[in-house]
Design a protein around this ligand. Structure first.
Ligand code: IMP
Length: 429
């Protein structure tokens, strides 16, 4: 089937960008279907590093058409900036190559102000959002006063719509949160200019993608964030406000279920998380610092969007099995295996314990993980630097044992292993 979906199997930042970049070599369309500029994807091609927040990473492959689907929320400032930066980096971004769904929703500065005000009002219970206005933009959508990208095609009514929405948000800002209101007229003027620039990119991507699918063109749906940040299936309330899981691709692009082929879950060889929320296998101290890196390299464990150091821990296969189920994963791509080199012993969480009971599946989903203690299995580590290895047979025996054990515990095959950030640093199994 011609629609493959790549999703994050953890809390985001699994290295989806590089897996997508690789798979996009064989795709005609690359499509983002949920979230907004809270995402951060890094693609390294030779000396060039591309950091993307909204545009699918697959755009780096010159033959692809990139799509922003109806499930997304779009900040036009970020989008225009990203288009300009890609063009400076030699990537062509024309209205033929980048198509934006008329039904995606707009993020305005009022949404960002609300995000900050809501977080502050939560006090010690903050979610640790990226402050990009994602939650409030989806609230506007669900509340049915959101503004869709298609509104940018009619400049006369667009400015009024923006003013109206900023006024609605202002009432929340001032009455609920005692925060400063925004100037609706100023925002409307600013957004009219963005509308002029973005109008040529906006259209009905569902029609375009369905026609392409009928012609057996290949579409790669590119998930942002990760399974455990899904609004319904994640560690609620420490989640994002969209559906990064694979079913989100169907809803967020307007394509049929029958076209789905591979569903690839990307997971690091260990576990990371940014922001607040439960993390049963979290580590502190020396091993944590080793896994996180120093921050000198773009692939070290610091947020691409916010620069925050990521929390790190051992791989949790209770949560990985959950991701297999929530997404219907057909396979797994394992990233950052090279980071484990040099650790004398590796732990994998195989089940949880609460009191005298053990669980291999979550009894009530991942919302409240506080009653559980991880139960680990220990495997031997390896010393060899594996970054230049390109075949399974050349991997140290201990690395093969680690991968095979993860595969066993997850219940689906591992078909790709990445051993470094470069496009070529991949082992196909
Ligand atoms: P929001 O999406 O900005 O509302 O943030 C909600 C939660 O999702 C926070 O814990 C963020 O750190 C997390 N989050 C959102 N986007 C990403 C991402 O792309 N990678 C990792 N975490 C993310």
């Amino acid at each position: 089937m011609p629609l493959d979906i790549v999703v994050g199997a953890q809390w985001g930042d699994e290295g989806k960008g590089r897996i997508v970049d690789l798979m996009a070599a064989e795709a005609d369309f690359v499509a983002r279907y949920s979230g907004g500029d809270n995402a951060g994807h890094t693609v390294t091609v030779g000396e060039q590093i591309y950091r993307l927040h909204l545009i699918p990473s697959g755009i780096v492959q010159p033959h692809t058409t990139a799509v922003l689907g109806n499930g997304m929320v779009i900040n036009p400032v970020t989008l225009l900036d990203e288009i300009a930066r890609l063009q400076q980096g030699g990537i062509e971004v024309t209205p033929q190559r980048l198509r934006i769904s008329y039904a995606a929703h707009l993020i305005t500065p009022a949404h960002r102000a609300l995000d900050a005000a809501q977080e502050q009002a939560r006090g010690p219970d903050q979610l640790g959002t990226t402050l990009r206005g994602i939650g409030p933009a989806y609230m506007s959508k669900v509340g049915r006063y959101g503004i869709r990208m298609g509104a940018m095609l009619d400049l006369e009514t667009f400015a009024d719509a923006i003013e109206m929405q900023v006024k609605i948000c202002n009432r929340r800002l001032t009455r609920l949160y005692d925060a400063e209101p925004l100037d609706p007229h100023k925002v409307a003027l600013e957004y009219a200019e963005y509308a002029r620039q973005l109008a040529p990119f906006i259209g009905d991507v569902s029609v375009m993608l369905n026609q392409a699918l009928q012609l057996e063109k290949r579409i790669l749906a590119e998930g942002a964030q990760g399974t455990l940040l899904d609004l319904d299936h994640g560690t609620y309330p420490f989640v994002t406000s969209s559906h990064p899981t694979a079913p989100g691709a169907i809803l967020g692009l307007g394509v049929g279920l029958g076209y789905v082929g591979r569903v690839i879950g990307v997971t690091k060889a260990f576990q990371t998380r940014v922001g607040e929320g439960p993390f049963p296998t979290e580590l502190h101290g020396e091993i944590a610092e080793r896994l996180r890196g120093t921050g000198d390299q773009p692939w070290d464990e610091y947020g691409t969007t916010t620069g925050r150091p990521r929390r790190v821990g051992w791989l949790d296969t209770v949560l990985l099995r959950y991701a297999v189920r929530a997404n219907g994963l057909s396979e797994i791509a394992l990233t950052k295996l090279d980071v484990l080199s040099g650790l004398p012993a590796l732990k994998i969480c195989t089940r949880y314990r609460a009191g005298d009971r053990e669980f291999t599946e979550l009894p009530l989903g991942p919302g409240d993980l506080s009653p559980f203690e991880p139960v680990y299995e220990e495997l031997p580590g390896w010393d060899e630097d594996i970054r230049d290895i390109r075949s399974w047979n050349a991997l140290p025996l201990e690395a093969c044992q680690y991968i095979e054990r993860v595969e066993d515990l997850a219940g689906v095959p591992i078909t790709l292993i990445s051993v470094g950030p470069e496009r070529s640093q991949v082992i196909r199994v």
